[in-house]
Design a protein around this ligand. Sequence first.
Ligand code: NAD
Length: 483
Amino acid sequence: MVDCKNYVNGQFLAGSGALREVRSPQTGKVIGQFHESSAADIEVAVSFAKKAATRWNKTPIKERASLLLNLRSILLRDIDLIAKQISAESGKIHAEAKAGLMKGIEVLEFATALQNADAGGRLQVSRGVFCEYRREALGVVAGITPFNFPAMVPMWMIPIALAVGNAFVWKPSDKTPLTSNLLAKAIEEAGFPAGVFTVLQGGRESVEAIIDHPTIAAVGFVGSSPIAKTVYARGTALGKRVLALGGAKNPIILMPDADLEMASRGIADSFTGCAGQRCMAASVLLAVGNVDSHIQGIVEKARTIKTGADMGALISRESLNRLNQAIEQAVQEGAKLLLDGRNPKVSDEQKEGYWLGPTILDGVKANSTAACDELFGPIIAIVRCQNLSEALNFEAASHYGNACSVFTQNGAIAERVANESTAGMIGVNIGVPVPREPFSFGGTKSSKYGTGDITGETGVEFWSQLKKVTIKWAESSDKNWMS
Ligand code: NAD
């Protein structure tokens, strides 16, 4: 049983709001508790963060980066311990929890590289006159993160925001808050000064108080589209920078010439990995022409995945009930169940957990819920398309735009999909086309509200600002309009 706390000015303290419990998705048992943060808790935390931000921004970037390097060593040392906690509260299997943390560490490595890469620029713009860029922090910034990657998604934001000199306030998901205390301990051990990193637990009210706090200069958000939209609207109405990543309904276009083994494995892994609870999971298969042998291959691969051992649990009973209903609705609308994951076999210890096995629905109508809405579970809806144009039209009509992949051996088809797809991240023979650093992460349409991406160079731009300094030290005899 984890007694999860806020982390404020270098101290682990309980919030003064309502007490909430955290259940293991794998067993249904209570594994932790936390108190929500009240407006007063947030006020105190942000005032410490503000003091720390001033000193931190003046610390040379090489010193800031050296603390991030300490953090990297600690995270790698403790990776199994942290992955165990991630797995326990999010339901995913240990290997997936570890892989998510490794991806977060990759962003940290990118952030430490800024000490060598981000030297700004200086130029003599006129005789005796120099212009230079100075990158500055914004002050106190905040990140609000979803349940499905309790360490990775926050680590898209934390290392970059800290490297450029901000104090960072993190509000973890109220469904998976426990990992935040392990990350805070690691940050403390790495030697970050008190107040530079803050954790505030809570739900909607805490989020709103953080966004509204006048000291918070920028808000990074990752979660579902409706909430991303409201967070973006609320923050930008106050004149703040907001980048809010939302949900997804990612299509994979399957062409008849696709490599059978590569496509079957890539597609089965994409919709079942993390039990389909990742914003880059494929959830609709646009089957172009006759791809029946490939579909058979996907069904065979998915059938061998053992729920509870190879694939993790859904986050909650509500989620399980919603997905069971969505499967029933698709079947009533005429879809054929090629694989039915309902009521899978699990161990006795897992009986009260929230389990759904891999589920494949064929002949799904293009305008149906199963084809268009984010279900967030290990379900793939197959929509039959006569040709590539039909598949691309379906993709373009979606209001989501996170990812789109194509499986083909034809370079011209792959290029056409990369050019015409409206999503932000495209895969060719890759089921989960997450860009690796330094390539940035971000979608389009209602999968992202705001400009730029959350990682990579635009992430650096989001969490900082450029000051332009124009300098003259001596009178020049050789005058022009500027000198
Ligand atoms: P969510 O939108 O329910 O919650 C996200 C965060 O917002 C959490 O910290 C939560 O406590 C807070 N929150 C909840 N209700 C709120 C409200 N009414 N007002 C303000 N804040 C609120 O998302 P989730 O269920 O935790 O995560 C799953 C969703 O996140 C999926 O839609 C998934 O696609 C999306 N996601 C997107 C990305 C991406 O990169 N685009 C990455 C991971 C997850």
